[in-house]
Design a protein around this ligand. Structure first.
Ligand code: NI
Length: 259
């Protein structure tokens, strides 16, 4: 059993073959798929899919790149959607400094709002990071405090590509590391760096339709391909695929409170 904790199945890239993609996921042993939000309409589309298919779970948040234009009423809508029983997490929130540095302050402001929402609703939170790790972890630690007690904080730093030191800091802060297709890229160096992360602090992500693992690099990604991520992790951790599947699925179920 595998869990893909991060797939944007509601996007147009799945318009033509969504059912077939979900069938392929099942055949690959992927029993649960979590659907992180990008904006308010994406939460509604994710909730429709949760009604149509078993084993799907939604999240609610404004993606950091959306916060340039987002309003406080958009955030209020996200907060209201967190009451839906299909919504299992706040996500994806975070910081993205890759393309546009003109609204870092707005990104940080919305990040703090999302963290407070997760704390208030006792929900886990999924963080997106691009070239912003030091600000992201600082704000997370500031908002949650540095107490040794984990006080219920749960969540994922998804599509992790950082250093072993950064992974250790995520784990120290009470969160888990989401590993995706980049671990299979020969030139990324991530495979070596994941060896130091405890297996039980890792969950699997695809970030479908993006970041397809080898041997599908450059193609559309889909939840079935999370198996290639699990296989690569098994190789690096020198354990069986079954162990990777079992341990990462148990962690995902604990973090997201799903059965
Ligand atoms: Ni994503």
């Amino acid at each position: 059993m595998l869990i893909d904790t991060h797939a944007h199945l509601y996007l147009d890239q799945f318009e033509d073959d969504l059912e077939a993609a979900i069938d392929r996921a099942r055949e690959a042993g992927v029993t649960r798929i979590l659907l992180p939000a990008i904006d308010v309409p994406s939460v509604h589309r994710a909730l429709e899919l949760c009604e149509r298919f078993d084993g799907l779970y939604a999240m609610a948040a404004l993606h950091p790149t959306e916060t340039k234009e987002a309003t406080s009423s958009d955030f209020d809508a996200v907060a209201a959607l967190c009451d839906d029983p299909h919504v299992v997490a706040v996500g994806e929130s975070g910081l993205d400094y890759y393309r546009d540095r003109s609204f870092d302050d707005r990104q940080q402001e919305f990040l703090r709002l999302h963290i407070r929402l997760a704390m208030d609703r006792k929900l886990p939170i999924v963080f997106h990071n691009r070239e912003a790790f030091s600000d992201l972890i600082r704000i997370v630690e500031e908002e949650w405090g540095n107490s040794k007690e984990m006080d219920g904080r749960r969540g994922v730093f998804h599509c992790f590509t950082g250093t072993p030191e950064e992974a250790a800091r995520i784990v120290q802060a009470g969160f888990v590391v989401g590993i995706g297709g980049i671990v299979t890229f020969r030139n990324a160096g991530l495979a070596e760096r994941v060896r130091s992360i405890p297996l039980d602090r890792i969950v699997l992500v695809t970030d479908a339709p993006w970041l397809a693992p080898m041997p599908y690099r450059g193609k559309r990604n889909e939840p079935a391909y999370v198996r290639f991520v699990a296989e690569r992790l098994a190789l690096e951790k020198e354990v069986s695929l079954e162990e990777v599947a079992g341990v990462t699925s148990r962690t995902a179920r604990e973090v997201f409170g799903i059965g």
